[in-house]
Unconditional design. Structure first.
Length: 151
């Protein structure tokens, strides 16, 4: 039997959460429901860093061991209450509150990549990010040294 969607109220908006039993992290058995709960828990800390910035979603519809896809435009079926920005090639998502964040995560988005600029001035970045992706042979202490250097 296919798992039934759940409807929850968040920030005065009704979210349709689907495929909650889907295992996204197979080695650990972590389900989509658990990922949603995690993002709901960290929302007060995460949202201030995302607010006002368009985002690109990295979705893993078959779990993290399978091929992901990137999406920066909203589908026509996106609920009207989802925060958005008009871009040259369509509307893109913007996370303004917990409902927006959970809607994004419900799209199987394990990774959320925010723009370095804000919606009010897309051509002027106000953020710099150093993405430290060590290879498997790099000792963790070396990664820590790099993090200290770039602060």
């Amino acid at each position: 039997m296919r798992d039934q969607p759940a409807f929850v109220e968040v920030d005065g908006k009704t979210l349709r959460l689907s495929h909650l039993e889907k295992v996204l992290f197979p080695d650990d058995g972590i389900t989509k429901a658990e990922i949603l709960l995690y993002y709901q828990t960290v929302a007060p800390i995460l949202i201030p860093h995302l607010r006002g910035r368009p985002i690109t979603l990295k979705a893993f519809p078959k779990g993290i061991k399978e091929r992901p896809y990137y999406r920066h435009r909203l589908a026509a079926t996106t609920p009207t209450w989802v925060s958005r920005i008009d871009l040259d090639d369509g509307s893109g998502p913007v996370v303004e509150d917990t409902a927006d964040l959970l809607w994004v995560v419900n799209q199987d988005s394990v990774e959320i990549h925010s723009w370095l600029s804000r919606r009010d001035n897309l051509s002027r970045p106000d953020l710099l990010v150093f993405d430290l992706d060590p290879g498997p042979r790099l000792p963790f202490v070396r990664l820590c040294e790099a993090a200290v250097i770039v602060k």
